[in-house]
Design a protein around this ligand. Structure first.
Ligand code: UDP
Length: 483
């Protein structure tokens, strides 16, 4: 990396490349803002952030140079499919990644010609192949952002190095619905005993869990040998074993510098959908800790049967609720009438939105619990706000996150009786679990534990806090590499 001078001033120019889905874009944007905030007193840092928009046709690979200037943060629009509406097939995904490579070359050349050379790429782990290749070819450092937990990365690290942990075993474990509760492996250093049901799987997207595991392993090998550093949105006190082992055992420096929510007061929204602010006014009128917030993130899909069981369970629990009924969440459903049905059966106890300002919701004093699919962002946003979770994990790392929420951090509940594939939950069980979380003794213990974690998460950015120290080290590392 090289430093550059505008009117005698040294500066770093970071080009940030997200993976275009909500759960990936948000943490990268937050990380860039964190860097800008903490870099303020050291010198100049510019960040150029790639914003993706749907291309007009398959040949539309050109950048649109409409800079959105926020002084040091500028955004460049780039044509790329938006995966937040629907997850792609793997082939579409790989094809799309290829178009990033040529586009990135063009953009970096553009900046070179205009006296703003890029000094560092900060890019999503999922984009490792195109972006690490570009970085290597142009001699630019690349920092990889891994948007899930340290424990998930530790599992990838282990799987990519140990042939005994074969993909055949993984596939067998994932496909054995009747052996979901059996132990898969209790010897992955740094991880609790893994059950078959904890393993990341992607059957509902592509029926090709194998390809995704292999893709993750290959991406990690490339990061571990070629990236300048890896950044994680977690903190040492939350995942001590995983964070410790990653920083001791990996060839690449790994910086656990999260949680970024806490350190970014006044964080502006990074939503790809329009947030319905009316729910905040409704929350203002509800008693403290009385509302269950229900959201399954940006990509998870429920069947109509699951939705109906959930609706019965929520209504029968008699609790107040705020429900994100995202268009696309349920196949084969008329959203307008589903939403009216929820409202009419709730007797004013409920509020339904297409998309919520989730951080504001979770930090609202009326919210007392979160029924969540356990995506990593939702998990850490709940931790940062001390809200206990009722876990309904669905795919990817969500099952593993749920295990940590329930067994390691003891700030959540999981349904006991699951049916085929683990996804069919009976409505009486949903009702009972919601009551336990919101009004039972168990719920108040979980709430206390969640509050204790919230305290720890806010301390990590106080002076000498673990994340602040790591962030300082990362910034020094970035500066050293540009001498
Ligand atoms: N989110 C939001 N409003 C909603 C639902 C979700 O802003 O109504 C945000 C949420 O705050 C989180 C992200 O969408 O930052 C979802 O990421 P997560 O990792 O939890 O799940 P994913 O969508 O990747 O499955």
């Amino acid at each position: 990396m090289a430093t550059h001078t505008t009117e005698g001033e040294r500066y770093l120019h970071v080009l940030a490349v997200p993976f275009p889905a909500q759960g990936h874009l948000t943490p990268l944007m937050r990380f860039c803002k964190l860097l800008l905030k903490h870099y303020q007193n050291r010198g100049s840092l510019r960040v150029t952030f790639l914003d993706f928009y749907p291309p007009n046709d398959s040949a539309d690979h050109s950048f649109s140079f409409k800079f959105h200037h926020d002084r040091l943060l500028q955004r460049v629009r780039f044509p790329f499919p938006n995966f937040s509406q629907q997850l792609p097939s793997l082939q579409t995904f790989f094809d799309s990644l290829l178009c990033i490579e040529s586009g990135l070359h063009q953009l970096i050349q553009f900046f070179n010609c205009h006296g703003l050379p890029v000094t560092c790429l900060v890019t999503d782990f999922m984009t490792t192949f195109p972006t690490q290749d570009v970085a290597d070819k142009l001699g630019i450092s690349r920092i990889a952002l891994f948007t899930s937990s340290a424990s998930r990365l530790l599992l990838i690290n282990y799987a990519s190095q140990n042939d005994t942990f074969s993909i055949e075993q993984v596939m067998d474990a994932i496909n054995s619905t009747e052996r979901r509760d059996e132990v898969f492996c209790d010897s992955v250093p740094g991880l609790p005993r893994l059950l078959n049901k904890d393993l990341p799987q992607f059957k509902h997207i592509t029926d090709d869990t194998r390809t995704v595991w292999e893709f993750a392993n290959r991406s990690w090998k490339a990061c571990n040998s070629r990236a300048h550093a890896v950044v994680l949105n977690t903190f040492e006190e939350l995942e001590p074993s995983a964070c410790g082992l990653l920083s001791d055992d990996c060839d690449v420096p790994v910086y656990d510098v999260g949680l970024w929510i806490e350190s970014l007061s006044g964080d502006t929204s990074t939503s790809m959908r329009e947030e319905d602010e009316r729910c905040i006014g409704w929350l203002d009128q509800q008693p403290t800790s009385s509302v269950l917030y229900i959201s399954f993130g940006s990509t998870t899909m429920l069947s109509k049967g699951q939705f109906e069981a959930l609706l019965h369970g929520v209504i029968d629990s008699q609790q107040r609720f705020l429900w994100v009924l995202r268009p696309g969440l349920i196949d084969d459903i008329d959203y307008c009438s589903a939403s009216k049905e929820i409202i009419s059966r709730s007797e004013n106890r409920g509020f339904v939105v297409d998309w919520a300002p989730q951080l504001r919701v979770l930090s609202h004093s009326s919210v007392g619990g979160f029924l969540s699919h356990c995506g990593w962002n939702s998990t850490i946003e709940s931790i940062a706000n001390g809200v206990p979770i009722l876990c309904w994990p669905y795919f990817a790392d969500q099952h593993m996150n749920a295990r940590f929420i329930v067994d390691e951090w003891r700030m959540g509940l999981q349904f006991k009786h699951t049916g085929e594939g683990g996804y069919l939950v009976e409505s009486y069980e949903i009702e009972t679990a919601i009551r336990s979380l919101m009004e039972g003794e168990e719920g108040s213990i979980l709430r206390k534990n969640a509050h204790a974690l919230k305290q720890k998460s806010s301390q990590c950015f106080e002076s000498s806090g673990s994340s602040l120290l790591k962030l300082d080290a990362l910034i020094k590392d970035m500066e050293t590499s540009i001498q």
